[in-house]
Design a protein around this ligand. Structure first.
Ligand SMILES: NC(=O)c1ccc[n+]([C@@H]2O[C@H](COP(=O)([O-])OP(=O)(O)OC[C@H]3O[C@@H](n4cnc5c(N)ncnc54)[C@H](OP(=O)(O)O)[C@@H]3O)[C@@H](O)[C@H]2O)c1
Length: 236
């Protein structure tokens, strides 16, 4: 399969890529940190025993400014995509009173507008696949009725926007045979969590969550459309 994963330079995205490389899927890995991203690609290629991973060093915020440039770049490597995993994210833990609209926009740029733009840009390539699927990574904080945490208002709202986009696009893209689902993660032990909540012990490792997402990419997504599935072992 041809799979584009954003946020693949570390955390869950990197683990997902490494796990998919074992089966020699063709991977297009996007993130800003060139060194880290190339390192993940090298690991994937070593595991696969051939060149399966292509690094796409892009900032999702730039993609918003110049969608054509990104598309032209991607077209050098492929004309179709089977799966787009919108995994890149920006977690900001800050009191609502200390957030300005400009800060809020920067969170939405990565967590909502970036994924939205990427889906639009990739649509022609997804339409060229007979088993296309978009998987948006959101958060338990975006699940209605779930426990909420102070400091995560804008982050959770941006993930909530992505969740609603998921539901709407599943309907709109149904006639093109493209499934659109979201996975709402509970806490995962990654650098993102460590930076935002130092000392917090998460219920999953990045590899465990990557393994679940791999299953969803290859199998699980075939049974769902327009759903946001909570991936958490805590209640509510
Ligand atoms: N960890 C958790 O507890 C948790 C809980 C709920 C939901 N999630 C969600 O799960 C997903 C993966 O999280 P994680 O914990 O693995 O995070 P992470 O370790 O911080 O990784 C985030 C990834 O996103 C990339 N990224 C960030 N800003 C970007 C931008 N502007 N353009 C392109 N790439 C960008 C980062 O790469 P570069 O820095 O190289 O760009 C990195 O590869 C995120 O969507 C997150 O919101 C995580």
């Amino acid at each position: 399969m041809k799979i584009l994963i954003t946020g693949a330079s570390r955390g869950v995205g990197a683990q997902l890529a490494i796990l998919l490389a074992r089966d020699k899927h063709r991977l297009f890995l996007l993130a800003r940190n060139q060194r880290a991203l190339i390192g993940v690609c090298q690991t994937c290629n070593a595991i696969a025993g051939e060149e399966v991973a292509i690094p796409l060093v892009f900032d999702l915020k730039d993609l918003l400014e110049d969608e054509c440039n990104f598309l032209e770049h991607l077209k050098q490597y492929t004309t179709s995509l089977d799966v787009l995993v919108n995994n890149a994210g920006f977690l900001m833990n800050r009191d609502f009173e200390k957030i300005t609209t400009s800060i809020s926009r920067s969170v939405f740029d990565v967590n909502y507008f970036g994924p939205e733009a990427l889906i639009r840009v990739c649509l022609p390539m997804l339409k060229a696949s007979s088993e296309a699927s978009v998987i948006n990574i959101t958060s338990m904080g975006a699940v209605q009725g779930s426990v909420k945490f102070p400091g995560l208002s804008v982050y959770s709202a941006s993930k909530g926007a992505l969740a609603i986009l998921t539901e709407c696009l599943a309907e709109e893209l149904k006639s093109d045979g493209i499934r659109v689902n979201a996975l709402a993660f509970g806490s995962v032990q990654t650098e993102m969590l460590d930076e935002a909540f130092p000392g917090l012990k998460a219920s999953s490792t990045a590899e465990e969550m990557g393994s679940f997402v791999k299953w969803f990419v290859l199998e699980g997504c075939k049974r769902f459309n327009g759903k946001m599935l909570p991936v958490s072992d805590s209640t509510p």
